[in-house]
Structures are given as C-alpha cells and as structure tokens.
Design a protein around this ligand. Structure first.
Ligand code: IMP
Ligand code: MG
Length: 175
C-alpha cells in the first residue's frame, strides 16, 4: 500500500492538536501541583506529542526515551511488543508519566505499565496517550489522560507512521 499525502483526510488539524495538547498539559499541571515528574516518551511515535506536551508543563521535569515496536510495516498490530531499547534510570519513588502516541490493542500500554510496576516502586504512575482507539482493545487498559478518541482507522502524522513515513506531518490524517 502506497499512500500519497494528497489522499490523506485531515482528522485533527495542527491548530486543534495544539489546543488539545495545551488543555492536557493544564490537567497534568493541576494534578502534579509542582512536583517533579519523569516523563517517559515511547519512541518513535510519541516524539512529537511529548515534545509539544512538555513545553506546556510547568513542574520540574526530566525526560527519558524508550523504544518499543509492535507493528513493523503493517497496519495491523503483530500482537507482541518488542522492547527495542528500554534502559531507564532508577524510578523508585518518582512520579512517572508515560507518554504514548496511541493506544490500540492496549498491548503496548499494558507492557509498559507492567514493566514499571515490576521494576520500580514508583510514587505515581500515569499514562498519557495522544490518541485512544477504544474500540480495538484486546486487553483491559485505559489511559489516565488522552487527547482524542479515534475510530478503528489507521491514522498517520504528528509522530505516527505508516511504514516509517508521515511522522513529520503536523496534523493527524487517515486514508
Ligand atoms: P497497541 O500495542 O496495539 O496498543 O499499539 C500501540 C502502538 O501501535 C502505538 O504506539 C503505535 O505506534 C502503533 N499504532 C496503533 N495504531 C496506529 C495507527 O492508527 N497509526 C499508526 N500507528 C499505530
Ligand atoms: Mg508505530
């Protein structure tokens, strides 16, 4: 499948995204009340969301990056999560905020939450996903915070890819 940029329908414009990201940051600012947060950005998809979100957060913040993959070059989840690179500092007693691009089957989110709970006694653990495809869940997991709910459509842009392309689009589109 080869998608042309012209064939993408805009689902959320850059302006809509920025407005929503600011609102989410405000919710997080209210929740953390100035306490230090370690944001854990799940690469590659969440790079753009995380970089926008942290600009609007007003607490002391440290940013870590981990890399997972579950899709390869398909639009259907492979059903297993690959921890490509998951080196993290000591997160014991820290407020950990996982920042993801999208929750689909929920396998990645569940993997990350279990990983944190198995390896650390965190002070708090919150999951913030830019998008939530609630209808395609295979495991029972929910985002504490999410930007927009999307239907069962494959979406690209704002960090999300199809076969590594379209991550740079400032909007969310679908085919
Ligand atoms: P899950 O483990 O099935 O919840 O999938 C999560 C990961 O799949 C996300 O971090 C994305 O990288 C990828 N993904 C799921 N749906 C889409 C989509 O519509 N477009 C692009 N990537 C997606
Ligand atoms: Mg991806």
């Amino acid at each position: 499948m080869d998608i042309k940029k012209e064939d993408l329908k805009v689902l959320y414009s850059s302006e809509q995204i920025q407005k929503r990201v600011k609102e989410l940051a405000q919710e997080l600012n209210n929740f953390y009340k100035g306490e230090e947060v370690i944001a854990v950005c799940a690469l590659k998809g969440a790079f753009m969301f995380a970089s926008d979100l942290v600009r609007y957060l007003d607490m002391p913040i440290k940013i870590e990056f981990i890399r997972l993959s579950s899709y390869g070059s398909s639009t259907i989840s492979s059903g297993k999560v690959n921890a490509v690179d998951i080196k993290l500092p000591d997160l014991n007693n820290k407020n950990v905020l996982i920042v993801e691009d999208i929750i689909d089957t929920g396998l990645t989110a569940k993997f990350l939450i279990d990983f944190m709970n198995m390896n650390f006694h965190v002070k708090s653990l919150k999951f913030c996903s830019f998008l939530d495809k609630k209808v395609t869940r295979k495991v029972n997991v929910d985002a504490d915070y999410y930007g927009f709910e999307v239907d069962d459509k494959f979406v690209v842009g704002y960090g999300l890819d199809y076969d590594e392309c379209y991550r740079n689009l400032p909007y969310i589109g679908h085919i």
